[in-house]
Design a protein around this ligand. Sequence first.
Ligand code: FES
Length: 146
Amino acid sequence: MPPSENFEPRIAAFFCNWCTYGGADLAGVSRLQYPPNIRAVRIPCTGRMNPNFILQAFRLGADGVWVSGCHPGDCHYIAGNMFARRRFAVMKRLLEYVGLEPDRLQFSWISSAEASKFQQTVTEVTAAVKALGPSQFLRKNLAEVA
Ligand code: FES
């Protein structure tokens, strides 16, 4: 069943403090318009991103999760973003395994100077999650286990 026209997804967004969070800030200061569907959580590095954060976000009602960090070679902790990229690929497969559409999880590289890329990516992530409709599966499943 296609999602209703009025559906507005809730997206948990985990941003690296050193890059994407700055890009989001710059987009705000520059008054760039973008969909208001994200709830930003600042993390010290995408390498700090525990896969459990992603599962908890879905369990607590997120329709999508977006993780964004420094470009390859720019991570302040050398390779945290590369570890995150590797975990991300595994998480996509895990989501598929538990019955969630892998596209509910998005990953990007955005620097603190890329306000327009931030604006464009928020729009794309929101559209991708909106097209999938509300996420119910993981919440229902974990409620049955509890
Ligand atoms: S410091 Fe930004 S991803 Fe590692």
